[in-house]
Design a protein around this ligand. Structure first.
Ligand code: NAP
Length: 216
């Protein structure tokens, strides 16, 4: 599949690299088509990897991944513009605001979420919030956590969520570990989990962990 990965950070690299390993054709997008990190990634990753600006990556993708800083995601996706129409948009971002130092606060919470803001800004995109509750390596190599653990999806388009779940299975998430939380409004809870995630990381001394949802 042709996939546009918007983001040149840890998540963009991890997801884009794994997608190419799995046989997908990926363009990594950035604000600047000459972003050295994206070009170095493309050069070192092979024939199915290329770099471009956000619009080029979104245009390339049959599916698009938002792996941009949450406080910049709306701007990044605005740059992608019409290229998102009709496409599944996997939103991995967290709207963490570091302007007040550590720990970060959430730039949007309670009655709204970044996932919903993105869906409202791009009504023709088929937004699925997922993977934002685990660290980048675990997103694409869930077996790093040597136990059963859970990943969430939320979005208003059932077919888009099925496509997202299929991609998660390709990454290695067992079908039974993928929990559908319903419409995109459920992105609120997924994003508001982040303060707990940060505390867990401190308590455990590692980012390589996850939670498992158990039902009686
Ligand atoms: P990041 O540093 O949060 O984001 C880097 C990307 O954001 C770059 O592509 C950058 O564009 C873009 N960006 C930054 N400010 C922007 C702005 N004002 N306008 C447009 N684009 C802007 O990288 P990350 O750590 O890989 O995280 C990516 C997203 O995943 C974040 O939302 C993060 O909260 C979420 N997340 C991260 C992890 C993790 O393990 N790191 C885990 C779960 C979720 P340029 O390429 O042009 O510099």
């Amino acid at each position: 599949m042709r996939i546009g990965v918007l983001g040149t950070g840890t998540v963009g690299h991890a997801v884009a690299t794994r997608l190419v390993e799995l046989g997908h054709d990926v363009v990594m997008g950035s604000r600047d088509a000459t972003n050295p990190k994206a070009i170095a990634w493309a050069d070192s990753t092979g024939a199915h990897a290329a770099a471009g600006d956000f619009a080029a990556a979104a245009t390339h993708g049959e599916l698009v991944v938002n792996a941009t800083a949450g406080t910049g995601s709306l701007a990044a996706l605005a740059a992608a513009g019409d290229a998102l129409a009709g496409k599944v948009l996997l939103d991995i971002a967290n709207a963490l605001d570091f302007s007040g130092g550590m720990p970060p606060s959430l730039a949007v919470a309670n009655t709204d979420s970044l996932g919903e803001q993105i869906q409202r800004a791009h009504p023709r995109a088929r937004v699925v919030k997922t993977l934002n509750t685990v660290t980048a390596d675990v997103m694409v190599h869930p077996g790093l956590v040597a136990a059963e653990h859970s990943v969430f999806v939320a979005g208003d388009d059932a077919e888009a969520k099925a496509t997202a779940a299929h991609l998660l299975e390709q990454f290695g998430w067992p079908r039974g570990s993928i929990l559908d939380l319903g419409g995109i409004q459920a992105a609120r809870g997924m994003e508001m989990y982040l303060p707990l995630w940060l505390s867990l990381r401190s308590a455990l001394g590692t980012a390589v962990f996850n939670v498992r949802v158990v039902r009686a």
